[in-house]
Design a protein around this ligand. Structure first.
Ligand SMILES: [Cu+2]
Length: 341
């Protein structure tokens, strides 16, 4: 029920309908979007937040979704229909207009001292943000929907396409979002504040844990090499980008394992551009250089030349896409899949 045509369902053609039906075992901040021609359809707005509430949610005055979205507009302010193949082979289709889309009306009544939960989502097709928050004293409590065992200090947050981050904190003034990923710092938007109250005294603690699988010693190890892009040698397949020398979704899976297998996958970015690798149907631990487990997430960012190992318990039966969530890169070949069960 993850919308990947070819692998798990057919496309939903105009006038047709499809009933998605699935359980939601994990509380947290998720999102949904078209997975067909997604670089195009998501860039036109076919996405939204998908929030699963905790049974015992932490007490906050406002629970606000903030989506950072960019769009390429032409000179008359309309969606730019132009198609530049060079975008696909480089950093992707980066918009010239960037906005923080702040959900519903609750943000209108935020007072200084109020406690907020912000659910930050990056639905942009290719743009990476480093989100700074001004006017909030708080902690990072979840990444990609999954609670952190220990809330982290609130520092600028790297948010690559598809990634999410939950922050809980107390307003100390208007909450301003900026992006310092590029050469210039961009203002993304703000949540206005009017009035004030005594801030909450309660400490900011970890969110209730979701159920987590227990990893075993890896029964399967694999290497995934990210290749291609402008100026690189061509690879087997149809696109510019490649994974392990194959461009485009291969007929056979990158991995085929029995349900419950723990796999350690070493991901190496040999390209001249950053990428964010996303696995469907599972979360995984990012491992540090010493092999220690870090955050449990579903999308991992790799800068140029970077290598990251991930540990994943492949306990969800099915065929699951593993792809760059920079959707121009996915469209241009950076996709493979894993078969479980
Ligand atoms: Cu990519």
């Amino acid at each position: 029920m993850d919308g990947v045509n070819v692998l798990t369902q057919d496309v939903v053609i105009p006038g047709d309908s499809y009933r998605y039906q699935f359980g939601v075992p994990d509380a947290g901040t998720y999102w949904y979007h078209s997975h067909y021609l997604s670089y195009d359809q998501v860039s036109r707005g076919l996405f939204g937040a998908f929030i699963v509430e905790e049974q015992n949610a932490p007490a906050v005055d406002h629970d606000i979704v903030v989506q950072f979205f960019d769009v390429l507009l032409d000179q008359s302010g309309q969606y730019d229909e132009g198609f530049n193949p060079a975008h696909f082979a480089t950093e992707g289709r980066i918009g010239n207009t960037v906005t923080a889309l702040v959900s519903n009306g609750t943000s209108k009544n935020v007072r200084q001292g109020d406690r907020l939960r912000l659910r930050l989502i990056n639905p942009s097709i290719d743009r990476v943000y480093r989100v700074g928050l001004d006017g909030l004293a708080g902690k990072i409590v979840a990444l990609d929907g999954m609670p952190l065992a220990q809330p982290q200090t609130l520092e600028p947050i790297l948010l690559a396409p598809g990634q999410r981050c939950d922050v809980i904190g107390d307003a100390t003034g208007p909450i301003r979002f900026d992006d310092s990923f590029g050469e210039r710092t961009l203002s993304l938007g703000e949540i206005a504040v009017s009035g004030s109250r005594e801030p909450a005294k309660a400490p900011i603690t970890a969110l209730p844990a979701n159920r987590m699988p227990a990893p075993q010693d890896p029964g399967q190890t694999a290497e995934l090499v990210l290749q291609g892009g402008a100026g690189s040698a061509s690879h087997n397949g149809t696109g510019t980008w490649a994974l392990n020398d194959v461009s485009g979704l291969p007929r056979t899976p990158f991995l085929s394992v029995a349900q419950g297998t723990t796999a350690r996958i070493s991901i190496r970015n040999e390209t001249g551009f950053p990428h964010v690798m996303h696995l469907h149907g599972h979360h995984f631990w990012e491992l540090d250089a010493a092999g220690e487990a870090g955050p449990y997430r579903d999308s991992t960012y790799l800068d140029t030349g970077e290598t990251r190992d991930i540990l994943v318990v492949l306990d969800n039966p099915g065929s699951w896409m593993l792809h760059c969530h920079m959707l121009s890169h996915q469209a241009d070949g950076m996709a493979t899949w894993i078969r479980v069960g």
